[in-house]
Design a protein around this ligand. Structure first.
Ligand code: AMP
Ligand code: GLY
Length: 425
């Protein structure tokens, strides 16, 4: 089987690493990839948004399966183009990807399917939005840009003053551009968060082991929100019983509602959950593998990922046997560039990757890196996802930070408390 993987982040390196282990895979390409995917696959210099270029390449190379990593090409309809050309592809169509592309659409669909989620209203008018919050008895709201904003279009507010300010930032100052011209205001939920990813073929749903992400920049969940500073899998807060509840009350109804609406979902469905006193509620849906959850989750997957993704693309997931997992927990620590999540420098040489590669039970997934004349350079804010297994969460954490210690570049930093929540709770 020849596979083309599209994307260039840590998620794609983890997918490439796992796909390459499949005995079914004869050749793996990654477009455009990074210095890490270059270790597992043949990087092809075509952007994830160059649909014509990707299609031409897939036809020329007689690719059997294309796997799309990031949300932006999915929401823009890359899967529809591949299907039209008669090619097999893992990922949702444009209509199904609206579940991530529009928060208004997602919330309204959840309401229709009776999926538990925070109470909400949609606004484009500032005065109406402000009078809505003024009239409510609750004090704490969350204001969300409707469209894609690279995970940054959400403002969690602790008072009505903060909420008014957030509304103005989106609707008047247009801080989030077109994505924030329409906003969703919802009640603020309390509880622990967890990410439940599932492989879906339109009908059959195979949940993966649940993970937890660390979105805040600094230790103790302080500082600005980032794309994710680390993750671990499994998460003790999402017990097997709660996973069953989430499948029954969330995943099944939403997949069914999408199909009824002519938007049959094939791909990775990611439910961001808040575990409230009234059970799990959906914070958001994503229509692709999470980053950095994928690094921690795939580190533990023993089953053949290529067979699973192909079965999903063909609508044959039913035939896949129960997934096999390494019982050991995994921890992924993101190493970031100085200044991230604000402005940061690029092109700094990374040292110590070879030493880290010698450590057993650890794997360094590249996120923002590139290869120039044989030297690995930084090329993004989140640079590496250093991931390790251990007999306990504490041991997995220790192994991950041992690998982190091997790696150096000017200004490199990471959170020191990834996975502590799993041990304390
Ligand atoms: P989202 O991109 O919608 O998942 O939101 C990003 C982050 O904002 C989530 O991971 C939560 O930490 C927080 N968040 C989103 N919606 C809510 C909510 N209704 N209540 C509390 N926190 C929320
Ligand atoms: N880890 C959050 C995301 O992938 O959106």
């Amino acid at each position: 089987m020849k596979i083309l993987l599209i994307g260039q982040g840590g998620r794609e390196h983890a997918l490439a690493w796992k796909l390459k282990q499949s005995p079914l895979v004869t050749h793996l390409f990654c477009a455009p990839g990074n210095a890490g995917t270059a270790l597992e696959a043949t990087n092809v210099n075509i952007s994830a948004m160059d649909f014509a270029g990707l299609l031409k390449f897939a036809k020329k190379e007689q690719i059997d399966l294309t796997v799309v990593g990031p949300e932006v090409p999915l929401v823009a309809g890359i899967v529809d183009e591949f299907i039209k050309a008669g090619l097999k592809v893992f990922g949702p169509t444009k209509k199904a990807a609206e579940l991530e592309g529009s928060k208004k659409f997602a919330k309204e669909l959840m309401r229709k399917a009776a999926v538990p989620t925070a109470d909400f209203r949609v606004f484009t008018n500032t005065a109406e939005a402000i009078s809505y919050i003024d009239e409510r008895e609750i004090e704490r709201f969350v204001v969300k840009a409707d469209g894609l904003a690279a995970g940054k279009g959400v403002i969690v507010c602790s008072s009505k003053d903060e909420t008014r300010d957030a509304i103005k930032r989106m609707l008047i100052n247009k801080e989030f551009g077109a994505a924030g011209e329409r906003i969703v205001i919802e009640e603020r939920l309390e509880g622990q968060e967890a990410s439940l990813l599932a492989i879906v073929d339109g009908h059959t749903i195979i949940p993966l082991e649940a993970a937890q992400d660390h979105k805040a920049a600094f230790d103790g969940d302080t500082g600005p929100n980032t794309g994710g500073m680390g993750s671990y899998c499994p998460t003790p807060v999402l017990t097997p019983e709660l996973i069953d509840t989430a499948v029954e009350k969330i995943l099944i109804p939403i997949v069914h509602e999408l199909r009824k609406d002519g938007r049959s979902f094939r791909g990775c469905l990611y439910a961001g959950l808040m575990l409230t006193n009234n059970g799990p509620k959906v914070l958001e849906f994503n229509v692709r593998f999470g980053d950095p959850e994928t690094q921690a989750v795939l580190m533990r997957l023993k089953s053949d990922l290529a067979a699973i993704l192909m079965a999903a693309a063909e609508g044959k997931l039913e035939a896949i046997e129960a997934l096999e997992w390494d019982p050991r927990p995994s921890v992924c620590v993101v190493m970031a560039a100085e200044g991230y999540p604000g402005d940061y420098a690029k092109d700094l040489p990374i040292r110590g990757l070879d030493d880290a590669a010698l450590l057993p039970d650890a794997k360094v997934f590249h996120a923002g890196t590139k290869l120039v004349d044989g030297q690995v350079l930084t090329d993004g804010g989140r640079v590496l996802g250093v991931t390790a297994l251990g007999d306990t969460v504490s041991e997995a954490k220790l192994h991950a930070y041992q690998a982190v210690k091997c790696i150096r570049w000017d200004g490199a930093w990471c959170r020191k408390d990834i996975s502590d929540k799993a041990v304390i709770s």
